[in-house]
Write a protein that binds this ligand. Sequence first.
Ligand code: NDP
Length: 232
Amino acid sequence: MKTTLITGANRGIGLEFSRQYAEDGWRVLACCRTPEKADALNMLATKYPDRVSVYMLDVADHDQIDELARSLSGESIDLLINNAGVYTDSHAGTFTNIDYEAWVRAFLVNTMAPLKMVQAFASHVARGSQKTIVTISSKMGSISENTSGGSYMYRSSKAAVNMVVKTLSIDLNPAGVIAVVFHPGWVKTDMGGPNALISAVQSVSGMRQVISRLTMGDSGKFFAYDGQLVPW
Ligand code: NDP
């Protein structure tokens, strides 16, 4: 049985990853900030008691990350999915209105947490058969695709995580670990809103297909959910 660890697993894209991998027979280590409020995820864990385990994890809290990594120290993780993310620009983020504290939060969650997760779980991933680390970024972090401006905080935090993952792909190459970033599409979730173009089911089905075909030669690439490469 393969194992995936997913952050931000209680709603949106993270919940759908958890649902699809559990349905497919994987063991899912589903992490979220407040398990007692994670109704949909807890229902999934009730449906698949042998496959889905829910863990409390605020990815901005490095002590919590280290503690979870310690408590799972015997485990192999085939696929680590850094999914948790925040969009801090809803009420700020324009040229004349930057909330600098919110910007720090965006970097803590979107940029630094994925690297801290990899540091803490590198040995678990090295024991896995698939040795794959997926980080959910965004096309809004692509410098060459930026034609509309705005969203300074989110864009910069995702552009920075793209560089983090590219660097990881080089540093982890000798260990045979694949590290990639994904643009999940514009997805109907709390973050994407109701006008988004695709459902979480479509986004996650597409990303899972791409993930299942990844090779070492793909490490360090920026994929869209449909397998197309996104320009940096
Ligand atoms: P949602 O807003 O629906 O979900 C965000 C998830 O991240 C929630 O589970 C949330 O948990 C979790 N999260 C936020 N902060 C933390 C934290 N400090 N610790 C742990 N978990 C946290 O967003 P999506 O599902 O749409 O987004 C998932 C990923 O996809 C994000 O990285 C996002 O940037 C990216 N993305 C989404 C797009 C879209 O169109 N939807 C487009 C491009 C990229 P909680 O419930 O506790 O807040």
